[in-house]
Design a protein around this ligand. Structure first.
Ligand SMILES: NC(=O)C1=CN([C@@H]2O[C@H](COP(=O)(O)OP(=O)(O)OC[C@H]3O[C@@H](n4cnc5c(N)ncnc54)[C@H](O)[C@@H]3O)[C@@H](O)[C@H]2O)C=CC1
Ligand SMILES: O=C(O)CCC(=O)C(=O)O
Length: 649
């Protein structure tokens, strides 16, 4: 199967006859209404004038949505604001930092096509010109009002001779401009729509990235030449401009489940992707419905990505596990479809380790049960059964990222550390590796499990293993629920064989906070139960949000597969001034030769080429210079064994 990212609209438009794109300034070129910002700047520190901030905003909104006359709103706002030239300089600096995200990320396109982008605004040339200059828009390509200053340097009114100070002014002003060829108007406000309605523009884009004005959006319905766009990427794409992106990001859907941290949501939105979030996990049926049309899926530990889900995933490019474990994802199924899987292998490691150390002390001192007794009014000040952790032996099963971190912290607490791992590991500090699990079990005062969730680890700790432990040992599991036979653990605790335990993960976990927790472990003495929160610290969640979204964005934006758990890892630079083909295929003979034949046939000039394979997949990345034909792309997609094909610009 290939991923087809086509753009029929752009195909129809001859690249040679690029239109002139005329942008509105307020809430389009910038994220904000400049006069609202000016009001905040001038009045927010003066309690007596706070109401003027609201008055300015109200006037702006009424004019933008077409409720009152634009000319009246403009004049009244200037009368309230009365700015000086120095005030406007401050405003310019603020506005430079508030350019719309999709405009800012397409700066290269602005600079590459001087004269093709112009500004028309009911705002003021005085502050617009220095902001748009950074995008190569010259003063003569800005139509805007001018402020009239009094002798005292304070602006008192608007230049009345300028058509833009009047109602319907944008239509008149634009018609009088020296533009040849098609004109495309992009804006959020009613006066922008009027430009199209009044015949001064051939096409209109209602720009809703910053603000959605219902009256304007409604007005576009049923008009073939008008369209609502959530980002400037779409405008560039539709109008045949070579923006940074071969496919508008706003049409790529990201579905984030399980309360993924806001840093991730923001990262995708800032890059222009269409993000949907869901608080809890989805069960298989709901996920099958939700996954259709989704390009990127973000989950944590409670969403299971099964073969059936993958079969329904018609557009899926990548799955991000916003956690460490990936046992909830059918990795083989993903590989078979060329879907890349990423996780955040180190972002919550420390949180888990700190929790294990805390639990170790709490259990060794019997603090948990003492606290429960206190809550029932029982004061039991006694040292019996309470111990220091110093000189005790902690046994770690699974000496990976978490196990080895724990080794360091436990040693710092004065504990003796021994570990068991099926793989060769670098032993840290004075820890000792045991090659026999049984030998380790027999020696530990505290046992902590940190193996990964592979299926073979089911019931790694069962009745036989608990029986091999010292009487009165402590047991901790913050790895995966299925690793421990919980009936056997319950029995070992009830019999006193295991003196105390802490369990954070369970074979069956509720999908959301509203679902009940049912387990044979509830109600047992000296057993601390926690709702899978080993990695749930604000620090870890933020770090995971940043790390996982960065991996996914690097994959989307440049094809980089660094840290992918199933794809061959290839580190790639940004796509600058070139085209990049990304070809994911089954690792079968002949694919590379077929790709190279097509490249030779179409005489494509290769700037860089990479091939990396793993057991099941091959990943070819080809960077070519700008000239290539659509036929070449079609042939590359059709190579036998192709799973996914994308091109980036
Ligand atoms: N409770 C929570 O909120 C969290 C749980 N976790 C879980 O903690 C576990 C460990 O995470 P990491 O240390 O990052 O993983 P890791 O992959 O770095 O380490 C796992 C280690 O276990 C070893 N191992 C696997 N099976 C084994 C076996 N049968 N016997 C001995 N050693 C075995 C591996 O060789 C590896 O060294 C994972 O299951 C992860 O999902 C991770 C973060 C948060
Ligand atoms: O916090 C989560 O959702 C899962 C944490 C976890 O178990 C992991 O990172 O593997």
């Amino acid at each position: 199967m290939t991923t087809t990212l086509e753009n029929p609209v752009a195909d129809k438009i001859q690249a040679a006859v690029l239109p002139t794109i005329v942008l509105d300034f307020d809430s389009t070129f910038t994220q904000v209404e400049a006069l609202d910002i000016l009001a905040e700047q001038l009045f927010s520190s003066d309690p007596a004038r706070l109401t003027d901030i609201t008055a300015i905003k109200d006037l702006t909104d009424l004019a933008m949505s077409g409720e009152i006359s634009f000319a009246e709103a403009l004049q009244r706002r200037v009368q309230i604001l009365k700015p000086t030239k120095a005030d406007l300089e401050g405003l310019v600096e603020t506005l430079k930092g508030l350019v719309s995200a999709s405009v800012a990320r397409n700066k290269e396109a602005f600079l590459r096509h001087p004269g093709k982008f112009r500004i028309i605004s009911g705002g003021f040339h005085d502050f617009i010109a220095p902001v748009v200059a950074e995008y190569g828009i010259r003063p003569e390509h800005i139509l805007a009002n001018r402020l009239v200053f009094g002798d005292d340097g304070i602006a008192v009114s608007v230049d009345q001779g300028n058509p833009l100070s009047k109602d319907g002014g944008k239509v008149v002003a634009l018609q009088g401009w020296d533009i040849t060829g098609p004109v495309v108007m992009v804006g959020d406000g009613w006066t922008d729509f009027e430009v199209y309605k009044g015949g001064a523009a051939d096409r209109f884009y209602a720009f809703v990235e910053n603000v959605k004005r219902e009256k304007v959006v409604q007005a576009t319905h049923g008009i073939e030449a008008a369209q609502v766009v959530v980002s400037f990427d779409e405008v560039l794409h539709n109008e045949g401009f070579e923006g940074r992106y071969s496919f508008p990001r706003s049409r790529l859907k990201v579905l984030l489940l399980e309360n993924v941290h806001p840093t991730a949501i923001q990262a995708f939105r800032e890059e222009g992707y269409d993000v949907t979030t869901v608080k809890g996990a989805l069960d298989e049926d709901d996920l099958i419905d939700a996954i259709q049309g989704v390009h990127i899926l973000g989950i944590r530990s409670k969403t299971t990505v099964t073969q059936k889900v993958l079969d329904a995933a018609d557009k899926l490019l990548a799955v991000g596990a916003f956690c460490i474990g990936t046992n909830q994802i059918d990795l083989k199924g993903c590989s078979k479809k060329g879907i890349a899987v990423f996780n955040a292998p180190y972002s919550n490691t420390r949180s888990v380790v700190e929790m294990v150390m805390g639990l170790t002390v709490i259990l060794t001192r019997n603090i948990y049960d003492k606290s429960i007794q206190m809550h029932t009014g029982k004061w039991d000040k006694s040292a019996t059964g309470a111990h220091e952790v110093r000189n005790k032996t902690i046994g770690i099963i699974g000496y990976g990222a978490i196990g080895s971190q724990l080794s360091i912290l436990a040693e710092a607490f004065g504990m003796r550390v021994i570990y068991y791992d099926v793989a060769e590991k670098l032993t840290l500090g004075n820890a000792r590796r045991y090659r026999s699990l049984d030998a380790l079990l027999a020696e530990v005062d505290v046992l902590s499990i940190h193996v990964d969730g592979r299926a073979e680890n089911k019931n790694l700790m069962g009745a036989a293993q608990f029986a091999k432990m010292k009487d009165g040992a402590l047991f901790i599991n913050l790895s995966r629920g299925h690793v421990v036979d919980i009936d056997a653990l319950a029995q070992a605790l009830k019999s006193g064989k295991i003196y105390g335990a802490a369990v954070d993960v369970f074979p069956e976990e509720p999908r959301t906070n509203d679902d009940p927790f049912v387990s044979p472990l509830t109600g047992i003495k000296n057993l601390i139960l926690t709702p899978h929160i080993g990695g749930s610290t604000e620090e870890a969640q933020e770090a995971i949000g940043e790390f996982a979204s960065e991996r996914l964005l690097n994959f989307l934006n440049r094809g980089d597969t660094t840290f992918s758990v199933n794809m061959p890892n290839v580190q790639l630079s940004e796509v600058e001034g070139r085209h990049r083909f990304l070809h994911i295929h089954q690792n079968v003979p002949g694919v590379m030769a077929a790709i190279n034949n097509i490249i030779a046939k179409y005489n494509l000039n290769i700037l860089a080429q990479h091939l990396k394979t793993n057991e099941s997949l091959g990943y070819v990345i080809v960077d070519v210079d700008r000239g290539y034909s659509k036929e070449a792309l079609e042939e590359l997609k059709a190579v036998t064994g192709t799973l996914k094909f994308r091109s980036l610009t």
